[in-house]
Design a binder for this molecule. Structure first.
Ligand SMILES: *Cc1c(COP(=O)(O)O)cnc(C)c1O
Length: 347
């Protein structure tokens, strides 16, 4: 079997939620969209179900699948994509966001008494959400609908930056709009949990912090490890080209190892060398990323053998740092891992 695998340490998920709880008294909604940022929403939900107040996803299919594993509220973060979706929202008691007027058309044809409506306000990100001019009218309209609860929410554009001015303005705008309204409120994603305590309100919505992909400096642990093994080694002479387009040329005589992982496994495409770890030592890739393979410059190290394990990242890796090498962000490293990579779960 191809030994390219993502290991997921499930107890680190609980550890990270405990870390988050040290920073906030708010209820926790675990964002498990995009298959829990690549780690498997069902496994994640089963593990942390007792530690959170609710879950959130993007698509109806994700929510339907997740319903098999939890009785807790499941929020559709973009709400319905067509009005008929409310039929399934009703049947499976999903919570849903309303970010635009059109999502309210004919909504009264459905019985949504078991659902929470999360009214999304645009506070400056200008992505989704009602603008202030429409907010009061829409609020009055939805108060006529029979619902389990109304929650007021918005999303922050730059909460990963400590003391960020735009974030402070967004928090202020959210407070101004919602201050005198007696519904529960939700604004903070992972970055805001650590950097902006004044944004926490009633329910916080961490994603990446649960998976330890970022904010390790606040105590969270990386949950995943991506590894494969050496399947080929050859000695080459100085001056020899390696890989596509002959773009990489050996400076000295060296060994080249090949590993069965590439951009079709979800690694971001790269042209410049990235670092991998073999037997605790760092090595650089040779040549551009391939679809199914990478080549490694093993230098003059003749102790590396076929079958040796190669870590792209490990449980003690800082994915924020690694993502810079890939010229991307840590969310992208995790969320892109493809179905071809086998997933193994450690208790
Ligand atoms: C993805 C998402 C989150 C979680 O963001 P993180 O930065 O991963 O914590 C929270 N709220 C909304 C609306 C989202 O789309």
């Amino acid at each position: 079997m191809r030994k390219t695998e993502l290991k997921i340490n499930l107890s680190n998920l609980i550890y990270n939620i405990e870390v988050i709880k040290r920073f906030t008294k708010a209820d926790i909604q675990a964002v498990v969209k995009a298959n829990s940022y690549g780690l498997s929403a069902s496994e994640v939900a089963k593990t942390i179900n007792d530690y959170v107040e609710s879950f959130s996803v993007i698509t109806l299919d994700e929510a339907i699948e997740l319903r098999k594993h939890t009785d807790k509220p499941i929020l559709l973060l973009q709400g319905v994509h067509e009005i008929d979706d409310y039929q399934i929202v009703q049947e499976l008691c999903f919570d849903f966001v309303v970010h635009s007027n059109w999502q309210l058309e004919n909504i009264t044809n459905f019985n949504l008494e078991e659902s929470r409506l999360w009214l999304k306000i645009n506070t400056g990100m200008n992505r989704l959400g009602l603008d202030l001019v429409d907010f009061q009218t829409v609020l009055q309209n939805i108060e006529k609908i029979k619902l389990k609860e109304i929650v007021l929410m918005s999303h922050l554009a730059a909460s990963s930056i400590k003391n960020d001015k735009q974030t402070k303005e967004q928090i202020e705008a959210f407070n101004d709009i919602t201050n005198n309204i007696n519904y529960r409120k939700s604004l903070a994603n992972s970055g805001a949990i650590f950097n902006f305590p004044e944004s926490h309100n009633d329910i916080v919505r961490p994603g990446i912090a649960i998976y330890g992909g970022k904010y390790n400096e606040f105590g969270t642990k990386n949950v995943s490890s991506l590894s494969t093994e050496i399947i080929s080694i050859r000695p080459i002479k100085a001056g020899t080209k390696v890989g596509y387009d002959g773009s990489w040329v050996a400076k000295d005589d060296c060994f080249i190892g090949s590993i069965p992982i590439g951009y079709a496994d979800g690694l971001p495409y790269f042209k410049e060398p990235i670092t991998v770890i073999i037997k605790g030592k760092e090595f650089k890739t040779a040549g551009k990323a391939n679809m199914d393979l990478l080549m490694i410059n093993l230098g003059d190290d003749d102790t590396i053998e076929i079958g040796d394990s190669v870590q792209i990242w490990d449980f003690d890796s800082d994915l924020s740092k690694l993502s810079e090498e890939f010229n991307t962000i840590t969310y992208n490293l995790l969320a892109n891992i493809s179905g071809r990579v086998s997933k193994n779960y450690l208790e």
